[in-house]
Design a protein around this ligand. Structure first.
Ligand code: CP
Length: 320
């Protein structure tokens, strides 16, 4: 593990990929490599965050992000508290800001927040004096997901420069897509979006990205096929005729994957809707699917992010 601790991040928060430089992203990926090795060792613990307090505050369900932040904090030696929103005073009408400032008064060092509203995590970060990590806000950003995706790609020996990545499916509701568009674009990859017109955001032309409604056309020449979950919980009307129809046109099966470059790799941030956006035969094929690797990289990236943020904390305690 690093013996000197040079700063990595300019900001005391990680709110999105949009605000990160290529240098910051590269340094986070490099640091995460060290934590991949640590995660595979017998003794997985270090004392980088010894004495620090990390709070997970998730207003939306999560399996991967919450558990990996918890593991990451514990492996770094921090005290980690998982705030259960369902049994908290939020159910009695307490506001997001009141909940956050209450937790802030307990003097945590890092607050990790997932919220259903885009922009909520940035707003909260202005009200507290600890570091804040965006663990996913509405359809805005999910920065640690994009970082772990980048680490997974890089570890497969792929250079970002000139890499063609097809992001497929429900782009409209996807914070994972937005963070990946920012990150992959900054790192020199060619990103294209594939999916039904109804699930493409209006600002897509502003992204300046090629879009396809046809999987055959969209996957042609792709090195990475990144599937997105159909986010039915964010849909108020009928965006797709039926999940069966959706799978027929935009679900990734072996036949559609064959349109991509030979050796193309498949990613999915999870949770997956099997038989809706991805066929089990593809998802479970360890020759092409990086899905489990993505989960492992999630712990390493989150350790790197917590380590990086802690480097900016004053040695004697946080700012008051
Ligand atoms: N990819 C992702 O954010 O998964 P969770 O919702 O399980 O955290």
């Amino acid at each position: 593990m690093s013996t000197a601790y040079p700063p990595i991040l300019q900001s005391s928060h990680l709110l999105g990929i949009q605000g990160l430089s290529v240098g910051e992203i590269t340094k986070l990926l490099d640091l995460a490599e060290e934590y991949v090795a640590l995660g595979r060792a017998k003794d997985k613990k270090v004392a980088v965050l010894k004495g620090r307090t990390v709070i997970n505050l998730f207003f939306e369900p999560s399996t991967r992000t919450q558990s990996s932040f918890e593991l990451a904090g514990k492996r770094l030696g921090a005290d980690v508290m998982n705030m259960s929103v369902k049994t908290s005073s939020v159910t009695k009408g307490e506001t997001l800001i009141d909940t956050a400032t209450t937790l802030n008064a307990m003097r945590p060092d890092i607050l990790i927040v997932r919220h259903q509203n885009s922009g909520a995590v940035s707003m909260l970060a202005r009200k507290v004096n600890c570091c804040v990590v965006n663990a996913g806000d509405g359809s805005h950003e999910h920065p640690t997901q994009a970082l772990l995706d980048a680490l997974t790609i890089r570890r497969r020996g792929k250079s970002f420069e000139g890499l063609t990545v097809a992001i497929c499916g429900d782009v409209l509701h996807s914070r994972v897509a937005r963070s990946n568009i920012h990150l992959l674009g900054k790192m020199g990859a060619r990103v294209r979006l594939v999916g039904p017109k109804t699930l493409m955001p209006a600002e897509v032309t502003r992204f300046g990205i090629e879009t396809f409604t046809d999987m055959k056309e969209g996957l042609k020449g792709a090195d990475i096929v990144m599937m997105l979950r159909l986010q039915l919980e964010r849909m108020s009307g009928a965006f797709v005729p039926s999940t069966r129809e959706y799978f027929r046109y935009w679900g990734l099966d072996r036949e559609k994957l064959a349109y991509a470059n030979p050796g193309a790799l498949v990613m999915h941030p999870g949770p997956m809707n099997r038989g809706v956006e991805i066929d089990s035969a593809v998802a479970d094929d360890i020759e092409v699917s990086l899905i489990h690797e993505q989960v492992e990289m999630g712990v390493a990236i989150r350790m790197a992010v917590l380590d990086a943020l802690a480097r900016g904390l004053p040695a004697g305690g946080r700012n008051v």
